[in-house]
Design a protein around this ligand. Structure first.
Ligand code: NAD
Ligand code: UDP
Length: 313
């Protein structure tokens, strides 16, 4: 049995990860400051004997004897990470420093939840890990993008200088149950709007693209990466679903699947909103023998059921 620390454990992805790690027979400590996460996401885990919940902010040092750390703490939705941009940078950078320091001290293996946002508004399509990206240093998204880029730099250098065992995944747009109804990201926004028969808010003309990955596929990808015995394969490795859709196509699909009376309305495109995004997953296929299994329609159906239930409460 391993003792595993999950920062951001009460968030959308963190809650699924904690469940999977517990189901696999590990002891799990979820650490969270509840900025965007909630106890509700992990309420079913609370009475498990090998689960602990710690209210803590990763910008402050934390100590626990653990075998592995998954560093997920960071708001991920643009509206939330832009709410306090300085705090977002601190969470990514100080959070990485604190968790890497802990990993070094207790000799733990450590995973970093990096992001496709390190590619910014990409000029290369689809994006391979070798692409350095196109990020506006001064734009409204840079607190998140640059914070995550510095975190990758820190991880790589703790590996090179201190032999810390690190693994970095660049996660592409992921959706599923346990997203907050007011999360602000596109899949949850559209599903909640459709279920309430409200207008569907497409930003811009809806021709921008994203590639949507169901959360179960992500969890299988990142745990495979962490479980690799080759300590010299540290990533970064793209984990995402390469099937690409326009935002307008997503809106139409969700209206159809929910049988909604909602109308599509068009709103201004946020500044620096990337025009296209799609992962090249050759590296994940080769090194992790991993490929996403859930297609968009299947994943949306499960997510719609989740939101339908919580909106009725
Ligand atoms: P989320 O907002 O649901 O979860 C983030 C969690 O971190 C929340 O529980 C929040 O309360 C916690 N948190 C934030 N700041 C903290 C701090 N200073 N100290 C302690 N806890 C803190 O988002 P998510 O979608 O679950 O994302 C999890 C991780 O995955 C993030 O690091 C995000 O950048 C990364 N990621 C997510 C996606 C995606 O599409 N969901 C894509 C790329 C990367
Ligand atoms: N988007 C939209 N309507 C919404 C929310 C988002 O059209 O209500 C668009 C957004 O402008 C972007 C895409 O959907 O082009 C994905 O946005 P999200 O915030 O989910 O993630 P990210 O931009 O970080 O990929």
């Amino acid at each position: 049995m391993k003792r595993i620390l999950v920062t951001g454990g009460a968030g959308f992805i963190g809650s699924h990860l904690c469940k999977k790690l517990l189901d696999d027979g590990n002891e799990v400590i979820a650490l969270d400051n509840f900025f965007t996460g909630s106890k509700q996401n992990i309420i079913q885990l609370m009475d498990k004997h090998f689960f602990e919940l710690v209210r803590h902010d990763v910008t402050m040092p934390y100590f626990a004897e653990v075998d592995e750390i998954y560093n997920l703490a960071c708001p991920a939705s643009p509206i939330h990470y832009q709410y306090n941009a300085i705090k977002t940078v601190k969470t990514s950078v100080l959070g990485a420093i604190n968790m890497l320091g802990l990993a070094k001290r207790v000799n733990a293996k450590i995973f970093q939840a990096s992001t496709s946002e390190v590619y910014g508004d990409p000029e290369i399509h689809p994006q391979p890990e070798s692409y350095w990206g196109n990020v506006n240093i001064l734009g409204p998204r840079s607190c998140y993008d640059e914070g995550k880029r510095v975190a990758e730099t820190l991880f790589v250098n703790y590996y090179r200088q201190n032999n810390v065992r690190v693994k970095i995944a660049r996660i592409f747009n992921t959706y599923g149950p346990n997203m907050h109804p007011n999360d602000g990201r596109v899949v949850s926004n559209f599903i909640v709007q459709a279920l309430k028969n409200q207008d569907i808010t497409v930003y811009g003309n809806g021709s921008q693209t994203r590639s949507f990955q169901y959360v179960d596929d992500l969890i299988s990808g990142i745990t495979r990466l962490m479980d690799l015995t080759d300590d010299d394969f540290i990533g970064p490795v793209n984990i995402g679903n390469p099937k690409e859709f326009t935002i307008l196509e997503l809106a139409q699909k969700i209206i159809k699947l929910t049988n909604s009376a909602s109308k599509i309305i068009y709103m201004p495109l946020p500044e620096d909103d990337p025009m296209q995004r799609k992962p090249n997953i050759n590296l994940a296929q080769e090194k992790l023998n991993w490929t996403p299994k859930t297609d968009l329609e299947q994943g949306l159906q499960k997510t719609i059921i989740y939101f339908d239930e919580i909106l009725k409460k």
